[in-house]
Ligand binder design. Structure first.
Ligand code: TAP
Length: 517
């Protein structure tokens, strides 16, 4: 691990200062990468108390990329206090909303200038295919920053016609105010994008933030911290505390000065977090949790389009995708043809080094996850599902798992009910044209994140959209998320929205002012 001291020249107002840090320097993807590996607190890169570290591993060859400092409860407390100072006394809360927007636009521009470097770091840290990391992991992150930067000076309240106290008159108006110090805890599947979806809305609303990335993929969050200094975001506004969920994540959820927690991750940890938020100080919470999203394919669909979208619906980002089509229902009249087509396409997928431009399928994020996928398939086969393709770890270095197709999946099976979060297509059949029957099966889950339907019958598609219990519905498409469209689940997939105007409400409070004159 080669390190070099980097001095960052911050732009911006009086609060800006040069920041010095020890960067990890390495070459990958024919470029030089430079990124921090320390905590980012109050505008400075610092070691954790006690200096404990976590190894971060490249899943393409299982080598250790570097050691990252691991935040303790005390470190989180320092970060929260810095965020509180920045909110109460700092430049951030004093500047106008439009100036805040300018800073966020500048940050987005810097991310754009470092796009290749960010995508390469994301690729080596999380196994994302580089071309996808450029377009989605980093590309959509930049779009989220620009989208929310544009909202900064458009957040407004209302005037409300209340009854007068005659002969006087009354007026009520509402103000949308930032909440204060917000905590964010995110997963490893889209490390920079999950940070960006939440933090862009959070900062646009005027809050300050303490963020914990997933311990297995923390590097782009730290590179992002560096860019935030260059953009001139004042010290303490953004704090990044890599570390474990049980220690650093839990310390954020429990902290009495944090007033809002935005979380993306599993349903199980979501429940723990909600409990901590309630017990500590009743902090506001939004939860984007697991999914088992149904995709229903009728025999009047455009078959090519259905096959293409089902493939990306399941295999996009090696299945490490929260809205992945976790279960396919295919009408019996086209079932066999459909299965044959997806197997044919799956065979064509190019598995390999995620940095190669021709690769379409990279390694799974980390070893424990890969092991879970192997167990998942074995369990399905044991219960009677048919393994039609894949299902094993590949015999090559790196955490590669073959894209997998399971058919004959019955509703009672484990694989029909639980999320795999990996590249495993689960196919069940349905008969006849009974929409209600298949919707009932599709709704028979505690998850409710996304859903999809392929049919040329617009009435059937709209009836599906009405009756399906999911926060997102795709008709004749899949995975079509956009920074302007609200995103989030129903039932045990959580509550609260990322993206779109609605996401701002997660990070704002409404004050109601009444005056008499
Ligand atoms: P989790 O295990 O829930 O981890 C998510 C984050 O929470 C990580 O940063 C984790 O830290 C932290 N954490 C763990 N225990 C905690 C605790 N007691 N208190 C506070 N924080 C804690 O999920 P995962 O394995 O990273 O991600 C996979 C899951 O996320 C899947 O179920 C997937 O569906 C879901 N997901 C959902 C969405 C949306 S938008 N709904 C998006 C992506 C992923 P560590 O780093 O130490 O684990």
């Amino acid at each position: 691990e080669f390190c070099q001291t980097v001095v960052l020249k911050a732009r911006g107002g009086a609060a800006s200062q040069d920041v010095q840090y020890d960067a990890v320097v390495m070459t990958a993807n024919n470029m030089e990468l430079k990124f921090p590996r320390q905590l980012f607190i109050d505008g400075q890169f610092v070691d954790a108390e006690g200096g404990r570290t976590i190894d971060t591993v490249n899943p393409a060859d299982e080598t250790v990329i570097c050691k990252v400092q691991r935040a303790t409860v005390g470190d989180v407390d320092r970060a929260v206090r810095a965020a509180k100072r920045a909110f109460d006394e700092g430049e951030w809360s004093k500047m106008s909303a439009r100036d805040r927007g300018r800073l966020l636009f500048r940050l987005a521009d810097l991310m754009e200038q470092h796009k290749q470097e960010l995508a390469t770091i994301e690729s080596i840290d999380s196994g994302a295919v580089y071309t996808l990391a450029l377009k989605t992991h980093v590309g959509m992150s930049i779009e989220a920053w620009r989208y929310f930067a544009g909202w900064c000076d458009k957040i407004s309240g209302r005037t409300v016609p209340i009854s007068h106290a005659r002969p006087n008159r009354n007026l009520t108006f509402t103000k949308k105010e930032p909440i204060g110090v917000c905590g964010l805890v995110t997963p490893w599947n889209y490390p920079l994008m999950m940070l960006s979806w939440k933090m862009a809305a959070c900062l646009a609303a005027g809050n300050t933030v303490v963020m914990k990335p997933a311990q297995v993929s923390p590097l782009t969050a730290l590179k992002f911290a560096e860019l935030s200094v260059k953009a001139g975001i004042p010290p303490g506004v953004i704090n990044i505390v890599p570390g474990s969920g049980s220690e650093a994540g839990n310390a954020i959820a429990n902290h009495p000065l944090v007033r809002k927690l935005g979380f993306t991750g599993s349903t199980e940890i979501g429940q723990t977090i909600m409990r901590s938020c309630a017990d500590s100080n009743l902090k506001k919470v939004s939860l984007e949790l697991g999914g088992k999203s149904p995709l229903v394919i009728f025999d009047d669909c455009d078959m090519d389009r259905a096959v293409r979208n089902a493939m990306s619906g399941v295999f996009f980002n090696k299945g490490e995708n929260c809205i992945a089509a976790g279960r396919l229902f295919v009408q019996d009249t086209i079932h066999d043809k459909f299965v044959e087509r997806v197997i044919e396409e799956t065979k064509k997928m190019v598995i390999g080094d995620p940095l190669n431009r021709g690769t379409s399928h990279g390694p799974q994020n980390h070893k424990a996850h890969l092991d879970k996928l192997i167990d998942f398939v074995n369990r399905g086969v044991k219960e009677g599902a048919k393994l039609r393709y894949g299902g094993k770890r590949l015999e090559r270095p790196g955490l590669f798992f073959e894209p997998t197709v399971l058919t004959d999946v019955e509703d009672s099976m484990y694989v029909a009910k639980e999320e795999s979060f990996g590249p495993i297509m689960i196919i069940s059949r349905f008969s006849g044209n009974d929409l209600d029957a298949v919707i009932k099966r599709a709704n028979n889950t505690e998850f409710g994140l996304a859903s999809g339907v392929f049919t040329r019958d617009i009435n059937r598609a709209m009836a599906f959209a009405d009756k399906i219990e999911a926060g997102t519905v795709f008709i004749n498409t899949y995975n079509k998320t956009d920074v302007a469209a609200p995103f989030g689940g129903f039932k045990q997939s959580g509550f609260g929205k990322d993206l779109g105007e609605e996401a701002l409400n997660e990070y704002l409070k409404t004050k109601c002012v009444t005056l008499e004159y």
